[in-house]
Design a protein around this ligand. Sequence first.
Ligand code: HEM
Length: 403
Amino acid sequence: MTAAPGTRADEAPLLDFPFSWDGTQVPAEVEEIRAATPVRRVRTIAGAEAWLVSSYDLCAQVLKDDRFSLKDTSAAGAPRQYALTIPPEVVNNMGNITGAGLRRAVLKALNPKTPGLLEWLREEAHRLVDRMAADGPTADLRGAFCEPYSAGMHCHVLGIPQTEAPAFLRSLDIAFMNAPCPVTGAKINWDRDIARMTALLDDPATHGLMGELAALRDDPEYAHLSDEMLATVGVTMFGAGVISTSGFLAMALVYLLTHPIARDLLRDRPDLIGPGVEELLRVNLSIGDALPRLALEDVRLGDVDVKQGELVLVLVEGANLDAEKFPDPHRFDVHRDNTADHLSFGGGAHYCPATALGRAHARIALEVLLDRLPDLALAVPSGQLVWRTGFMKRIPERLPVTW
Ligand code: HEM
């Protein structure tokens, strides 16, 4: 696996990436390649060659350096990690939102201090646990809790009816696929979701972020905005937000259910759930692929010369489990002084705009679940969990639990 002595990084045999979809084990390749060369040539799902970056320092360097562009990964002819499932211009979603003058409205809506939001989350978590308790055990914690809790929160933030959640949610199984070639269903779902979100702009009951965006249509200063642009904000915030929050929560639960000492600690010391969420963000394996960037010019990266036009992949689990940055990296330690330096929210220009909401979403879920279901445990051996393949997130298809 490691490059032979004297072999340059770009001469080592090509590795296929991603290495594994199993969310219970860090792929063995991660430590091997970081030790041999943290900037390693790989072949992507789309069949392109790319540089996979696996050390903390170099991952952080790429994310902070604007010569590595996210927007340009969608350029025609650029090497790709996987086929696009969204229109190419939407890759630069937050840049478009900022350019359209909507950044302030979006950031305000994503603030968990919005009156009533935390209370809504807690009530919703209790409602879902009530429903599981009435039916079970056993239950599929992903389908019965993580997904509806997350989709419900996004409907609440967007200000659209909760009844819209299932249809928007269904699209995500295709929208976040890592496929080698374009996926027919992605465009069908995208067009349907944009049409539905556009109709919601005209619905007098719409409030929240979509209500605020709809009201801007009467403001001459925002005459440049089309309904499609506004609907795109809603569809992409729902998609990016739900896949990230429900995926992280499912993986945080997988971690706790396969590490009972960590689970017992957070159950017995609810005051540690806040720092526990941060450490779960560091150790979780939610990101199934890597954060892609295109080199806009030649850049020296570690001991490799990355050429203009080459694809660079930031391996977040490589960074988060790098012993140089986080000593004894596989130990779950809520008292680390640098846990929050993890790269699970990215870094640099594209740092996630919803970190506070993501943290609050997981914290309240864990507080309610561990309090209401103190004996929460996997209902099947962890080796029986079925891991989704060809997807941007690692997720168990079902998370059967008992309590
Ligand atoms: C635990 C929850 C979350 C995690 C782990 C997470 C993770 C990430 C990561 C890793 C990135 C960087 C992508 C890159 O650099 O290529 C990112 C960006 C982004 N996230 Fe999150 N996210 C979470 C919650 C949310 C939520 C709730 C929303 C919206 C409702 C959201 C919307 C976005 C958007 C729009 C971007 C793109 C930012 C840009 O390009 O400037 N995320 N997120």
